[in-house]
Ligand binder design. Structure first.
Ligand SMILES: [Zn+2]
Length: 74
């Protein structure tokens, strides 16, 4: 069964929830709100407001920030 990671939009708690159907209501275990965001395992969400530092796409070079860089060692 699929386990997804969620983040509460109210208290920012991250938690994992077993989701049996697409329409399942997921509540934050801490504050019980349903205002939660499902986090993608392959982090490809491009939200316009978020900072770039938080959305590490894994393969980006730490030295020059280029995804195609092969010379900086990452
Ligand atoms: Zn919460």
């Amino acid at each position: 069964m699929p386990i997804y990671e969620f983040r509460c939009n109210t208290c920012r708690k991250k938690f994992e929830e077993l989701v049996t159907s697409r329409d399942a209501k997921v509540r934050c275990p801490k504050c019980k709100k349903q205002d939660v965001t499902r986090l993608m395992s392959a982090f490809s969400v491009k939200s316009s407001g978020s900072s770039r530092a938080g959305a590490s796409s894994g393969k980006s070079c730490a030295g020059c920030r280029s995804k195609k860089c092969g010379s900086c060692g990452s």
